[in-house]
Design a protein around this ligand. Structure first.
Ligand SMILES: Nc1ncnc2c1ncn2[C@@H]1O[C@H](COP(=O)(O)OP(=O)(O)OP(=O)(O)O)[C@@H](O)[C@H]1O
Length: 264
């Protein structure tokens, strides 16, 4: 797909990443169409986070390009990028001294000049983001005193408050109880933006993603709809565990029942 094709919200072209002398991502070429909910799945250390980091500019590829809406990531200012892509990452220690409300407000920074100049609209956006992420009741707490799941909901709210056309979620359901896992995924989907996530729970991925890609050793080895990707053969081959795959009783999306008795 060409760069000028605006159906592509995100496009990786021949992206390779070397870290610490090791090649982590190998010549990745792929695109994600606007409005899709795209999930990277794959074993630990396969490169999912590294691929995402190139998108939210935490990492510059060793070679190749990443483009957002047809524009190369490195060609935009950091502020412009932050208006395009909000990222929920796996490290958040920089917020330890903040209250929850302050953490969520930092999501508005790409849109305002200084924290003091936040408008009533910005406050309303933060309140709605907190509501959508299930973090409203936490707003007066200190971020450093939250449980893992509570902190995760606040970081999701911060990403929502950024109101970007692309949302990058690196393991968004980390630390969350089952109810909040589904609530956060539903809230992300219902924003109607392009979502690109790294996920470990295959059943949650199947329920919410329109597209899945299995990453193995820094390469996409299989891509398609959840029904195309989550097959017994693929899960055995790439995750190394036996399983059954059955349709969800209501939605009919594939659901995986792991079975070590069927291990390859
Ligand atoms: N800064 C770094 N220096 C050297 N190696 C790194 C660095 N960051 C990541 N790696 C390595 O790159 C590989 C891919 O890591 P990455 O975090 O992208 O995997 P992942 O698929 O997201 O894993 P997980 O499912 O465990 O979160 C791993 O082997 C990791 O050890």
């Amino acid at each position: 797909m060409s760069r000028s094709d605006h159906r592509s919200a995100v496009e990786y072209s021949d992206v390779s990443v070397r870290l610490g002398g090791t090649q982590i991502v190998h010549d990745l070429t792929m695109s994600v169409e606007t409005g899709r909910f795209f999930g990277f799945i794959g074993p630990n250390g396969s490169g999912k986070s590294t691929v995402l980091r190139c998108l939210y500019r935490a990492l510059t590829p060793t070679s190749g390009d990443v483009a957002i809406n047809g524009r190369r990531v490195g060609a935009s200012s950091l502020r412009e990028n932050a208006r395009q892509v909000a990222a929920l990452t796996q490290s958040s220690t920089m917020f330890l001294d903040f209250t929850v409300a302050e953490v969520i407000r930092t999501g508005r920074l790409p849109h305002v000049r200084m924290l003091q100049s936040m408008s009533a609209d910005d406050e309303e956006i933060c309140a709605r983001a907190a509501e959508d992420a299930g973090a409203t009741d936490l707003r007066d707490r200190l971020f450093s005193e939250l449980s893992g799941g509570e902190a995760q909901r606040v970081l999701v709210a911060r990403a929502f408050a950024q109101q970007t056309p692309i949302l990058v979620l690196d393991e968004p359901t980390n630390h969350l109880d089952v109810k909040h896992q589904y609530a956060v995924m539903r809230a992300a989907r219902d924003r109607g933006v392009t979502v690109i996530a790294a996920l470990h729970d295959l059943n949650v991925a199947a329920q919410f993603c329109t597209d899945l890609a299995i990453v193995f050793d820094g390469r996409i080895v299989l891509r398609g709809t959840p029904a195309e990707v989550l097959t017994v053969a693929a899960i055995q081959k790439w995750f190394g565990i036996g399983c059954h795959v059955v349709p969800h009783p209501r939605t009919a999306v594939p659901q995986v029942i792991f079975d070590e008795g069927l291990n390859p």
